[in-house]
Design a protein around this ligand. Structure first.
Ligand code: ADP
Ligand code: MG
Length: 319
């Protein structure tokens, strides 16, 4: 079932993106693709982070700045794009309009921009009741080389690029006022910018995991199935899922709720043929964790060492 958020977008906004021939891919993927040159496409996306919703009130200004950029770069990475710039629209409450907040906030943005060699090229600042940070990120891909959500094929191997569930577990601990060794996963997500670009020419479909693996994989399954005019489902191998040992203190159902349904991972979920996976592994060993397979069925099945397991996993829902 598509969530309410996607119903709104499909119903009200999707049709507005069909006026200009430059738009190759509009609403519906991690980022939009526009033609700017015969050899090159512009890749653009925007994400908002709002205090109390996307980060807890006591998150450091440094982490807020860093993460606001990281989540956008993750969307560009999910298209296989090379980022080059960001724009920052800041809704700033009076209480944060001071050096104590802005200096570390800007340092967080600066550090991740330096890490990926990208520039802050503009933005807008307004006074508002609630802190919100709206970042547009820009990147490029060679023409037609982007990796969308709708290209997965039957029998593709589903891979992820790192451990899942850490951020979701850390957030649950923080909400219970407990400290957690995995807090960095929540505050400083690794945008897989290099790996996303290396996957060009190998991956059939890709998405970044922001709302939980199962929900985000669901977008690949529905869009790829629609394109192939066939039911697309998946087998997920629970014994192959990468996760941090710290989650082992949890009962199994809670552990899998974080790993499969928890938000904020910002790893990539990648679908590619078994042959492409082999070739990719030869070039970049240990970068991808195979965790499942695309199948012609209308559901996601879970297997633990080849035994069917019933799990009820739901991802993050905004409304
Ligand atoms: P992601 O999680 O990768 O950031 P989303 O789930 O937020 O992607 O959005 C799905 C698609 O809907 C994207 O293509 C995004 O650009 C588009 N979208 C979301 N909200 C709006 C909006 N208010 N107007 C136009 N497009 C939107
Ligand atoms: Mg995304």
């Amino acid at each position: 079932m598509p969530s309410k958020e996607f119903n709104f977008i499909d119903r009200y906004f999707k049709a507005i993106g069909k006026n200009h021939p430059s738009t190759i891919l509009g609403i519906g993927d991690d980022a939009a693709i526009s033609t700017i040159d015969k050899n090159c496409s512009l890749v653009s996306c925007i994400d908002s982070l709002i205090e109390g919703r996307h980060f807890l009130k006591n998150t450091t200004p440094y982490a807020i700045g860093y993460k606001s950029v990281a989540v956008n770069l993750s969307d560009l990475a999910a298209m296989g794009a090379a980022p080059f710039a960001i724009l920052l629209a800041l809704n700033l409450p009076q209480k944060y309009a001071n050096d104590a907040f802005l200096a570390p906030f800007a340092q967080g943005i600066s550090d991740i921009c330096q890490k990926f060699k990208i520039d802050l090229i503009g933005g807008d600042t307004t006074c508002a009741d609630t802190l919100s940070i709206n970042i547009t990120a820009l990147g490029y891909v060679p023409k037609n080389a982007f990796i969308g959500r709708n290209g997965a094929k039957l029998d593709d191997i589903i891979c992820v690029t790192g451990k899942l569930g850490s951020a979701s577990f850390a957030l649950a601990q923080l909400l219970k006022n407990k400290s957690c060794t995995l807090e960095n996963a929540l505050h400083y997500p690794t945008a897989r910018v290099d790996l996303g670009q290396k996957l060009r020419g190998f991956a059939h479909a890709m998405i970044d995991i922001s709302d939980g693996l199962i929900q985000d994989l669901g977008h690949i399954l529905s869009q790829s199935g629609e394109r192939a005019k066939c039911d697309f489902g998946a087998d997920i191998f629970l014994d192959k899922l990468p996760f941090d040992n710290a989650l082992d203190i949890l009962p199994k159902h809670k552990k899998y709720a974080h790993i499969l349904g928890g938000g904020d991972d910002y790893e990539l979920c990648v679908c590619l043929s078994a042959q492409s996976l082999q070739q990719f592994n030869r070039l970049y060993p240990n970068a991808l964790y195979p965790i499942g397979k695309i199948c012609a069925q209308n559901s996601i099945r879970y297997l633990d060492n080849n035994e069917r397991v019933d799990l009820n996993i739901s991802g993050f829902n905004h409304f």
